[in-house]
Design a protein around this ligand. Structure first.
Ligand SMILES: O=P(O)(O)OP(=O)(O)OP(=O)(O)OC[C@H]1O[C@@H](n2cnc3c(O)ncnc32)[C@H](O)[C@@H]1O
Length: 176
């Protein structure tokens, strides 16, 4: 699929998210940090999706030369139906001013003590991931996925697939 004719804006300057767009589309998006208008640490799928949508819409307004705004949001969600576990999810929203699509990246189980600590102490996942890994800025690099899989999956990989899912309906003739 050819994404080269479409100017993309991305609602963050986070390097892992920028890298995901570059891998997915072969182009560097115009980046602007815009508010997600949800909590710093979303704790449900609905809040995570809403944050991604808010960023996609805000960045398309902030960067009028772009044709599609991309918003990405990471969040935690507790599955009380099947497993009673916390999952990390990574969502991408794509908005062209008329149509909205979502790409929902890999849901990955998070150690119970991490999920509970984030909820109980009101801290962000990135703080705990940096603590556990003994390094800084993991949310801009491999992220929790990288730590938990010893580098087999990383945050840009997961967002790359989410970007492809959200953008494909705008670019593939199969959706016309
Ligand atoms: O700079 P922005 O675009 O805001 O990106 P972010 O990583 O700080 O923020 P998100 O809104 O995507 O994620 C919400 C919180 O969850 C954290 N988080 C999400 N996915 C993560 C991952 O894979 N590794 C580490 N922290 C993660 C993140 O760093 C925030 O603290």
């Amino acid at each position: 699929m050819d994404f080269s004719g479409i100017k993309l804006a991305l609602g963050t300057t986070n390097r892992a998210k920028q890298e995901a767009v570059i891998r997915a589309t072969g182009q560097t998006p115009l980046c602007a940090a815009v508010p997600s208008q949800v909590s710093d640490q979303p704790l449900s799928e609905a809040e995570t999706v809403q944050g991604a949508i808010n960023r996609a819409k805000a960045v398309l307004e902030a960067v009028p030369e772009a044709q599609i705004g991309l918003g990405m949001e990471g969040g935690l969600t507790f599955d009380d139906q099947f497993t009673n576990q916390w999952y990390l999810i990574s969502v991408c929203a794509a908005w062209n001013g008329r149509q909205l699509y979502l790409g929902k990246g890999l849901a990955f189980p998070i150690p119970a003590q991490i999920g509970e600590r984030v909820k109980r102490e009101g801290i962000e996942l990135r703080t705990v991931i940096d603590e556990w890994s003994g390094t800084e800025g993991n949310h801009q690099k491999g992220g929790a996925y990288g730590l938990l899989t010893a580098g087999r999956i990383n945050r840009p990989d997961v967002f790359c697939e989410a970007v492809l899912a959200a953008l494909t309906p705008f670019c593939s003739p199969l959706y016309k």
